[in-house]
Structure formats: C-alpha cells, structure tokens
Design a protein around this ligand. Structure first.
Ligand code: NDP
Length: 454
C-alpha cells in the first residue's frame, strides 16, 4: 500500500512511498533490538552530545524542514519553521537536564543503601500525528533517547517526508544506526508492532479511537502506554478580565496551527456581562484573518490537512447549526483548490449537538454564555475531554476555584495553553493518560528499579 504526500493547499500529489513489506519491518525491529543492546550502555554525556548536535542541525536546517511540513500538512511556513526551532529547544533541554531527572533516587532506610534506578525499557513505538510533525515526535524522542531507549516512529501517513527527515537528522547527529528508525507502515500494522516482543512500550498522540485501539493492544500485551488524545479546551472569561486582550488571545489560541491543535482553546465560556463585547472583538479579529497560501508571509490561516478533515468539520458545523446554534461568522467551506475552511464562530451551542461533546479540529470557536463561576465550571466539565483549559480573571478567588474545579490535566490562568519542555503535558478522561515533557517525559519509558544494598 502506498503512503502519499499531498499538498493540502493545492491538492497536488507530491510523492508516494511504498509501505514496508513484512520482511522489511521485521528487519527494522531486529535492528532496533540490536541497537538498543549497546545504546543502553552509552553514557548520559554521550546521549546529550548527540541531542545537542541534533538541535544544531534542526536550527541550521529549519527553513528546509519547515517548508516540508508546510507542503505536507499546510501549516503556515512561519509556524512550521518556529516548530523546528522548538524541537531543537526540546533536544537541548533534555540534553542539559535529562541526567538529573534520571539520577538514582535514594530512599531513607537505616543501615542500608536503598534507591530507585531508572533503567531504559527498550525499543519504544511512537504513533504520531501530522499536526505538529516535528515537535510531537521530538517531545517523545528527546526524553526517551536520553533515558537510553531506542525509538520507532510510525508517523501519520500524510507526513512521510517529515518522518524520514527526522530519522535522517538523528542519524547525522550521531545516534547509532537503529537507535531511531522511521517505519513507513499503515495504521493497520501498528497492532503487530506493539505485540512484537522486541517492542517494549508505546506512546500515541492522536484521536480517541486510535488511542483506544493502541491502548487495548498494549494492555493485551502488558506493555506500558502513554496516550495524548484530543481536547475541547474551555476558555473562560470573567468580568474582571481585560476583555479585548482576552478576545485577542482567544483568537490566537483557536487559530493556532490552522485550528488543528489538541490544546487549541475550542469552547469559549463567556460571562454574560462581557459576552457581547468579547464577541464583537472576537468576530472582528476572526474576519480580519488572511486566508491563503501557507507559504506566503502574510497568510494567517492555511488549509486544513486534508479533504476529509474539511468534510468532517463541515458535517460537525452543519449538525450543530441544524440543532439550533447561531452562526456569528463563517460556517461554510471555501471553494477549492485546496482544503480551506474559514474562521467560524458558533454561539448558543445546543446540548447533545456535536458542538457540545465532540472535538472540532479546525478554525471553529464554540461559544456559551454563563452567569456565574459555578456555571462556568459546570459547562467546562461537561465534555468527555479533559486536556487543558484557561481562565481569564484577575480575581484570586475565581482563579483558585477554576484551578481546583475544572477537571483537566492542565489549567492556565490569564494565558493560553502551550506545550514547552519545562512543563508537564497531558490530559484526563478521554484526553488520555500519562504525561509528556518535564521529568515525566523520560520517566514514562523507564523501569524504575528498586535497589536495596544491605
Ligand atoms: P488519527 O488518530 O487517525 O492519527 C494519529 C496517528 O495514529 C497516525 O499516525 C495514524 O496513522 C495512527 N492511527 C490511526 N488509527 C490507528 C489505529 N486504529 N491503530 C493504530 N494507529 C492508528 O488522527 P487523524 O490524523 O485522523 O485526525 C483525526 C482526529 O484526531 C482529529 O480530528 C483530532 O480530533 C485528533 N487529533 C488529535 C491530535 C492531538 O494532537 N491530540 C493530533 C491529530 C489528530 P495513519 O495516519 O496511518 O492513519
């Protein structure tokens, strides 16, 4: 089966790759196991050196790598280049801090030396999405490699060129052959890879259905898994907030990555006393965005990743409007070529409609009016997802209430959510489990071995 690279801004087919045959896949798994056997004995200093070199290569080649991401998945070139630099930052951060996170951890027992040693697990499979084709991979790879694991990347089928570039960068950085490999395989081959004895753990970033299947396979094989799934992040605005600034940040968050990030603010919960003012600013800002060629410097919003992505989003919007929601702007896909959807704001989202309980993976803001902090918390938690949220208020009691009562893996106050290496990242409920980044990243793929020396 072919794996294809298609430019979503034009619909043009760029390149086609044959998926690995069963024999080729077996060869790569054997190479991973073999490479791990010696890589696990390398020192932290050596691993840090290779990660630093990878960071340098990413920075030096950010223009070319960014262009490839824009061609394959449609994000604006400026954001693609920024993503490559962010990946470099992630590599450097784990090179500089990984060793202290993985150092032996002592326990206080009289008369004995007792500690936890963090040992690598082996080859780890990473099933990754197309939306941040570099950052999502490096935020797994940098900590996992620092911890002494080998990496196997099954990237989304629409970004094969980015996937191959990542392997190439890590090899040129000095990691031995087989320590990090890209597997050009369809998602139907993932189950067999997880079940293979040579693979010791799996991490997936992507949709809830894919997460359920991968976790079920990992559970059946008794292998650890980390799931970073979708989100329908609430963005709560209370009367004490700077309403214009909050609307500006709301649009920035919702439109990030052409509206296709798990932690985009997606549901806007506005106190009724400021809702009209907020929506005036939000709609004006949405309508002022320039839609077009993601390679152009002045483009704010590029295409969605595929024709299917537009179709899914369009259906979700139609069903929500049919159920009674109001369209404040946008609401209809743009004519081709390319897979474009306009900035859209829907208000008065009816219970039971897709807007109420599904993730909208595109530039669509969903709006609720709330009359109190209690109602804001209730609506925020009335979602199957629990990835992140943000609250905009200068009232300390309100801040504390939202932090304590909104059921998400991350809560930001007067700032929208971002993923950065220094801070743990992950969700609750249908947004997945486990954490990436900070010290959780490397510790997700280790055997914390208890050692007692009497
Ligand atoms: P998918 O979950 O389908 O794809 C993510 C990765 O999982 C890809 O590598 C994909 O491979 C693989 N995959 C898909 N199905 C399975 C399966 N059954 N078993 C094993 N691996 C699988 O996401 P999409 O790209 O299709 O996007 C759909 C939705 O996913 C979005 O609307 C959004 O809700 C969510 N999403 C969330 C992201 C996040 O950052 N949390 C990122 C991207 C998507 P292949 O490409 O070969 O199918």
């Amino acid at each position: 089966m072919a794996i294809e690279s298609v430019n979503p801004a034009t619909g043009e087919r760029l390149l086609s790759f044959d998926a690995l045959t069963a024999g080729e896949l077996d060869g790569k798994l054997a190479r991973a196991a073999q490479a791990f056997a010696s890589y696990r004995h390398t020192s932290y200093a050596e691993r840090a050196g290779w990660l630093h070199r990878a960071a340098d290569l990413l920075d030096e080649e950010a223009g070319e790598l960014g262009r490839l991401a824009t061609l394959e998945m449609g994000k604006t070139l400026a954001s693609a280049v920024a993503e490559v630099h962010k990946s470099a930052k992630g590599c450097r951060w784990y090179a500089d801090h990984g060793e202290e996170m993985l150092a032996d951890e002592p326990w206080p027992i009289d008369g004995a030396r007792v500690f936890t040693r963090y040992e690598p697990l082996g080859p780890v499979l990473a099933v990754m999405p197309w939306n941040f084709p570099y950052w999502q991979v490096f935020r797994f790879a940098a900590p996992a490699l620092m911890a002494g694991n080998a990496g196997l990347l099954k990237h989304a089928s629409n970004v094969p060129q980015c996937a191959l570039k990542i392997e190439d960068v890590l090899q040129r950085a000095g990691f031995a052959e087989g320590v990090f490999q890209t597997l050009l395989i369809p998602s139907s081959a993932v189950k067999g890879v997880i079940e293979d004895d040579r693979v010791r753990a799996v991490t997936l970033t992507g949709s809830e259905p894919a997460g359920r299947q991968v976790a079920a396979t990992a559970g059946g094989a008794v292998k650890p898994s980390v799931l970073e799934l979708g989100g329908a992040d609430p963005f709560i605005v209370m009367p004490s907030a700077d309403v214009e600034e909050a609307a500006k940040q709301a649009v920035a968050s919702r439109m990030l990555n052409n509206g296709q990030s798990c932690v985009n603010a997606k549901r806007f919960l506005l106190h009724e006393s400021i809702a009209d003012e907020f929506l005036r600013h939000m709609v004006a800002r949405m309508e002022a965005l320039k839609i077009g060629d993601p390679m152009a410097d002045d483009t704010d919003l590029g295409p969605l990743s595929s024709a299917d992505a537009v179709k899914t989003l369009d259906q979700q919007v139609r069903d929500t409007v049919e159920a009674g929601a109001d369209v404040l702007t946008g609401g209809t896909p743009l004519d081709g070529p390319g897979h474009f959807y306009p900035p859209t704001v829907l208000a008065n989202i009816p219970d039971g409609s897709p807007g109420h309980h599904e993730e909208f993976f595109g530039p669509v803001a969903l709006v609720w009016r709330v009359s109190s902090t209690d109602e804001a918390v209730r609506v925020a938690n009335d979602s199957p997802f629990g990835l992140s949220g943000s609250a905009w208020t200068t009232d300390e009691a309100e801040q504390e209430k939202f932090v304590a009562e909104v059921d998400t893996g991350m809560m930001y106050v007067n700032k929208f959510t971002e993923s950065t290496p220094e801070v743990p990242f992950g969700g609750t409920r249908n947004s997945g489990y486990g954490r990436e980044l900070a010290a959780f990243g490397p510790r997700s793929f280790v055997n914390p071995k208890t050692v007692w020396v009497q």
